[in-house]
Design a protein around this ligand. Sequence first.
Ligand code: ATP
Ligand code: MG
Length: 284
Amino acid sequence: MTEPQSLKPKLKPTADGRVSRDNRQTVGDQFIDNPRMTCRDVNVYYADKQAINNVSLDIGSNEVISMIGPSGCGKSTFLRCLNRMNDTIDTCRVTGEIKMDGHNIYSNEIDVVALRAQVGIVFQKPNPFPKSIYENIAYGPRIHGLVENKTEMDEIVETSIKRAGLWEEVKDRLDQPGTGLSGGQQQRLCIARTIAVGPEVILMDEPCSALDPIATAIIEDLIDELRQHFSIAIVTHSMQQASRVSQRTAYFHLGDLIEVGPTSRIFTSPRHELTEDYITGRFG
Ligand SMILES: Nc1ncnc2c1ncn2[C@@H]1O[C@H](COP(=O)(O)OP(=O)(O)OP(=O)(O)O)[C@@H](O)[C@H]1O
Ligand SMILES: [Mg+2]
């Protein structure tokens, strides 16, 4: 699919079809048919320092897209643009256009609290509320007015915890504190909490980096299952994880989106020299 809107100049590939390190325009399949979210010419600044340079990217429906790249390249910053989490950072300014189902999420008419329910986020460190397991899930549906009575709430709590693959482990202790669970269980609780408010997109910023390999494997299986219902964008430092869970991969380098494509292609035959440097361990 060609994309007329980008302001970036056209790429000039080298004779062998590779794109050289000096080139900072995005190569690959950044635009897709029937996207769930579209980002066009997105720039992000912290005070006068630019952290994201003119990034355009589509997020697909029912896909997992992973965002990889060296530390400080802007993965978290870009991810946070997708549900306006950067609004909470005083010095941060976002320009460009990000649309969800055709609506500009940065428009004044957007209710940011509702947007963050629609585009939920799961962080690196599990952060359950200091409340019971039940209340961790019930809180969101209650403030968003999604339920009318206790029966409906019980149902939403159970369904969300089941979808997060945690039910068997917690069903007999829903009144106990969420903070008393293991790290992997806490992360699934946070995923259940995100699911409970009926999101369409789930953002995950290194969701497994504080977990052991067993808990990581459980979360990765869960991500694959969740893809049936949600679009997922995941930041990861693990190329193995990106390979296991995602269908598309986006490689960032110093604020630029360098290359996007099917995950298997990015890791086997990248088109940009910078992507190749990273995946072969020459950089980062
Ligand atoms: N709150 C902030 N205030 C000022 N600068 C920031 C802030 N957050 C990030 N930055 C800067 O923006 C750039 C991108 O940071 P970001 O955290 O998005 O990178 P990242 O790719 O997620 O890195 P990591 O892999 O280490 O998490 C960096 O230069 C960072 O120093
Ligand atoms: Mg980060």
